[in-house]
Design a protein around this ligand. Structure first.
Ligand SMILES: NC(=O)c1ccc[n+]([C@@H]2O[C@H](COP(=O)([O-])OP(=O)(O)OC[C@H]3O[C@@H](n4cnc5c(N)ncnc54)[C@H](OP(=O)(O)O)[C@@H]3O)[C@@H](O)[C@H]2O)c1
Length: 235
């Protein structure tokens, strides 16, 4: 939407990442104070359209967005990228949440790649028998209470050959991943398939109750045709 001169776009970030990527639109950062806080912000700033384009594993802000849209009566919709589907050659174990993922690793020691970000990595303190490689954008803080853990800091997009090298160099036997969908982090799933590595795949919870589209192109069409048609944009 950055290229649309007639739209005055504001991007909201939670403020979790120390050095976020630059964006071509104005950015604000930090929580609003729940759905009521977000609704107040919408009114104060004269926002006319809310697009929930958050990560599929960030359920609170999506629920708050849906509630704030309902409360204020502004237009709103969600951009939800489709979940990955397993294909021939994948060795997925599907689980509902982090505690189930911990259990799915089993009792015997294994070399585990945690590709789930830093916020929920602490769940794996409950399974200290394994050897972990943890990847996140910012450091895991506090560090995990594990004997055998190493960390790699990096931000996607990731590429197949790099992912294969990482998995091979660390002798990874199982990956824990969220079913985020999209291309930026899919290379590890492809790499696991090619190397015959198991993936403990965390399913998505049910999405917040808001009209949704599944691609950026569809979101732009939705803005033009439904949420914010030309007459309202003054063009
Ligand atoms: N969880 C993941 O796996 C993951 C992965 C990649 C990126 N992210 C991104 O990291 C952010 C935080 O994730 P989370 O798991 O902590 O989300 P969450 O559990 O849904 O949100 C927790 C709280 O953080 C604040 N928040 C979240 N997103 C915000 C935003 N875009 N703008 C302003 N405040 C926001 C809200 O605080 P208030 O209630 O005070 O408004 C929200 O209640 C999200 O924007 C998400 O897109 C998450």
């Amino acid at each position: 939407m950055a290229g649309r001169a007639e739209l005055d776009v504001l991007l909201s970030l939670a403020g979790r990442t120390a050095t976020p990527l630059p964006h071509p639109v104005p950015v604000r950062s930090g929580g609003f104070g729940g759905a009521d806080g977000l609704a107040r912000f919408i009114v104060q700033e004269g926002i006319e359209l809310l697009v929930d384009a958050t990560h599929p594993f960030a359920p609170r802000i999506s629920a708050n967005a849906a509630e704030a849209v309902a409360k204020t009566g502004i237009a709103g919709f969600a951009l939800r990228r489709p979940a990955w589907e397993s294909v021939s050659g994948d060795r997925w174990i599907s689980v509902a949440d982090m505690p189930e993922a911990v259990k799915a690793l089993g009792a015997s020691p294994r070399r585990v790649f945690l590709a789930i970000g830093r916020q929920e990595a602490h769940h794996f303190n409950a399974a200290p028998q394994h050897d972990y490689l943890v990847r996140s954008v910012d450091p895991v803080d506090p560090p995990l209470q594990l004997q055998r853990v190493s960390y790699v800091l990096s931000m996607g997009p990731f590429h197949l050959e790099d992912e294969k090298r990482l998995l091979t160099e660390h002798g990874i036997e199982v990956i824990v991943a969220k079913n985020s969908g999209g291309d930026a982090t899919y290379a590890k799933i492809e790499a696991a398939r090619e190397l015959g590595i198991e993936v403990v795949m965390i399913r998505r919870a049910l999405p917040a109750n808001m009209e949704a589209v599944d691609s950026v192109a569809a979101a732009l069409r939705h803005v033009d045709q439904v949420a914010f048609p030309a007459a309202k944009r003054g063009v």
